[in-house]
Design a protein around this ligand. Structure first.
Ligand code: SAM
Length: 360
């Protein structure tokens, strides 16, 4: 198999087809080579660099990560592999991107780690460290795992390694496979916190102290905690209890009821918010209708961050149609609507909206 012009696409297993379809819009000759796992699919493309460049300009919803496969290395699962991989990478024309002072990372991913395929004498961590040390010494580039400008990507199956070099921007994420991990903290209330953290980072949104935020579907209170930590004034709406640690926190009001009722009341009483966040477990179209209505209590320069839950695909249900309907509803109420399937999203996407459309 020639991989000189192939790209490794990473997406959520349920949305891999949708991710490939998005990329086909950018390169009509893109074809799937094989499905390595349900979330990692190498595809042959006309021109890797051109596709990655186009992908950075489009706001793709389902493609989480792109890694170039500019060369294939045959692996013997011995220590010799490290030398072979290092040599092939150093021979790539794109190796010149590792210049003195450039911040870079080596990101290797292993698939088929099942022991029945045999043992590997090196781990991905070991590979990353050994190669980063060697390339850093050779080029003067500086290893920077958290904020790399340039990424050396390696994907190893049992007998093949796909290697390539590109910028973090071209990969659509500085994290291996787009897997943005956050450290757990003792204060954390729910795993849902990661979803909000990732959304804020991905959509480049900052939480401003003193601003008023409406948190719909707030319990047990992970998002509420993060909003309070940012010194925001929070109205947390949920019929369920909030975590004990949030009780009597300054800046928090818990409306123990349904979002529909609270929003109705807020509009009637002319309450206005700087932000609305929503993590309610409900159909995406229903959430969109609720948020479209709630736009009346969002300030002109306010924003919305919302999770849209999607159904699982069945022969009669197409989750993409549900999403299309929901986004249509949103775009009638907001001028700006952006969507992405984040690493911490499950059968759902995250939507950010701004500039509410006022109708008189
Ligand atoms: C996934 S949890 C939210 C997790 C929360 N964001 C966190 O960080 O802890 C979904 C919540 O939505 C609430 N919910 C579902 N429908 C609702 C509605 N119509 N009004 C208010 N809350 C609702 C549920 O009670 C549940 O607590």
């Amino acid at each position: 198999m020639s991989t000189e012009s192939s790209i490794i696409v990473t997406a959520h297993p349920e949305f891999m087809q949708a991710a490939v379809a998005e990329l086909k819009q950018l390169d009509t000759r893109l074809t799937i080579i094989e499905e390595l796992t349900d979330s990692i699919t190498p595809c042959s493309v006309t021109d890797i660099h051109a596709l990655q460049q186009r992908a950075t300009k489009e706001r793709l919803v389902f493609v989480r990560h792109l890694a170039p496969a500019q060369k294939t290395v045959y692996l013997t699962n011995t220590e010799q592999d490290l030398i072979e991989i290092a040599t092939e990478i150093a021979d790539l024309p794109t190796f010149s991107q590792l210049e003195r002072g450039t911040h870079f990372a080596v990101q290797s991913r292993f698939v088929q780690t099942n022991k029945s395929f045999g043992e590997r004498p090196y781990s991905s961590g070991h590979l990353n460290q050994a190669l980063a040390a060697a390339f850093g010494e050779e080029t003067g580039a500086v290893e920077d795992i958290k904020k790399p400008q340039v990424i050396v990507s390696i994907l190893c199956t049992m007998y093949q390694g796909y290697v390539g070099i590109s910028t973090a921007e071209e990969n659509l994420s500085p994290w291996p496979g787009g897997a943005r991990h956050f450290a757990q903290t003792p204060e954390q209330i729910s795993r849902a916190e990661f979803k909000l953290l990732e959304a804020l980072e991905y959509f480049d949104i900052s939480l401003e102290p003193g601003k008023r935020v409406l948190d719909l579907g707030a319990a047990p209170g992970g998002w509420t905690r993060l909003l309070l930590e940012a010194d925001m004034q929070v109205v947390a709406v949920d019929p369920a209890n909030l975590d004990q640690r949030l009780i009597r926190r300054k800046g928090l009001e818990h409306y123990r009821g349904y979002a529909e009722d609270y929003v109705e009341e807020a509009i009637r009483n002319r309450k206005m918010f700087d932000a609305i966040v929503n993590d309610m477990r409900m159909d995406a179209r229903e959430a969109a209708r609720g948020l479209a209505y709630a736009s009346r209590c969002l300030k002109n320069d306010g924003f919305v961050v919302s999770v849209f839950k999607l159904p699982h695909a069945t022969p009669t249900i197409n989750p993409l149609l549900t999403l299309k309907d929901a986004l249509n509803i949103m775009s009638k109420a907001y001028r700006v609507v952006q969507t992405h399937q984040l690493f911490h999203n499950r059968q759902e996407v995250t939507v950010v909206a701004a500039q509410p459309i006022r109708r008189t």
